[in-house]
Design a protein. Structure first.
Length: 307
């Protein structure tokens, strides 16, 4: 059993823009095997190798999409029994990276390598994952969340500053009922069932499910995401741009939102039925359901290492 193994996505933004990224990761964890995975085939092969020689910790160098694809591949190869994961970040949209601690990827990996080498107990938290269409991740969304991420990608820039600028633009446009907000808040005709409860038939502007409290940028809007092991939080936005802009500051810091502006609940299974095709989001990656029907369930429960 290896102490630490590293999966790095050379296509992730930071790794792509900095040719020395892989070299620096090797220096931060001397002797740790570094598996570079450029596509799904290489990732599946790496997951099978890790299943055969399970490391004590698996470090993931890449953005939210890399985490999603890696957790999915590992779940398949390891029958859901994953090693503890250290999220190093390094992608275009890095909202999951804070779950792995602070500092650059190399700093986190060096601290982790030293802790493993010295035999120190690792700081971990357990989190459930979501499972949609055989893909595993931590945050799912349709409607407003998808359009928000598309707006970030459309800027041609990435990272926390791009996300912050789009968020501020959204707030300003929402208060003024501007065209940008009207595009983001296009109402959706969705039927939603959380466990055995059917949501009321009202227009929904956005729907999010999350098994982690964090949303990036230091914000924790999903205050009930970890309330119950083996469950996730679901939020349905029923308020228009101006009303929700007034509510957003409270929601982003994890406070209660007004019941007439949001439907929320905690459950184990959520069924969505909308117009086909339906775009949906999983940790920064956008997919399409040809049928317009989706089921959000639970994937493997994982340990996240904070270095």
């Amino acid at each position: 059993m290896a102490g630490i193994a590293i999966i790095a996505n050379p296509n992730a933004r930071r790794n792509r823009e900095w040719p020395l990224a892989a070299q620096q990761l090797r220096k931060a964890a001397p002797g740790a095997p570094l598996l570079e995975t450029r596509n799904s085939e290489e990732l599946s092969k790496a997951a099978r190798a890790l299943a055969a020689d399970r490391p004590r910790v698996l470090a993931i160098a890449g953005g939210d999409g890399t985490v999603t694809h890696t957790v999915t591949a590992l779940s398949r190869a390891m029958d859901g029994k994953l090693p503890p994961l250290a999220l190093l970040g390094g992608g275009a949209y890095d909202s999951l990276a804070p779950l792995g601690g602070g500092g650059d990827a190399e700093d986190r990996l060096k601290r982790l390598s030293e802790a493993v080498a010295s035999g120190n107990e690792l700081r971990t938290v357990e989190r459930d994952t979501l499972k949609i269409d055989d893909r595993c991740g931590f945050r799912f969304g349709v409607g407003l969340p998808v359009r928000f991420i598309e707006a970030i990608y459309a800027t041609g820039n990435t990272g926390p500053w791009a996300s912050t600028r789009v968020l501020l633009k959204t707030l300003v446009s929402s208060l003024a009922m501007g065209p940008f907000a009207r595009r983001l808040y296009a109402p959706m005709d969705l039927r939603v069932r959380l466990d055995d409860e059917e949501w009321p038939p009202v227009p929904i502007y956005g729907l999010v499910c999350s098994s982690v409290a964090e949303a990036g940028l230091g914000l924790k809007p999903f205050r009930r995401a970890t309330e119950q092991p083996g469950a996730f939080q679901a939020l349905g936005l029923t308020a228009g741009p101006r009303a929700f802009a007034l509510e957003l500051p409270r929601l982003l810091i994890g406070k209660h939102a007004r019941r007439d502006r949001l439907i929320e609940g905690v459950g184990e299974r959520l069924e969505v039925s909308g117009r086909a095709p339906l775009s949906w989001l999983l940790d920064g990656e956008i997919y399409t359901s040809a049928s317009g029907r989706l089921t959000v369930g639970l994937g493997p429960r994982v340990s996240l290492v904070r270095a």
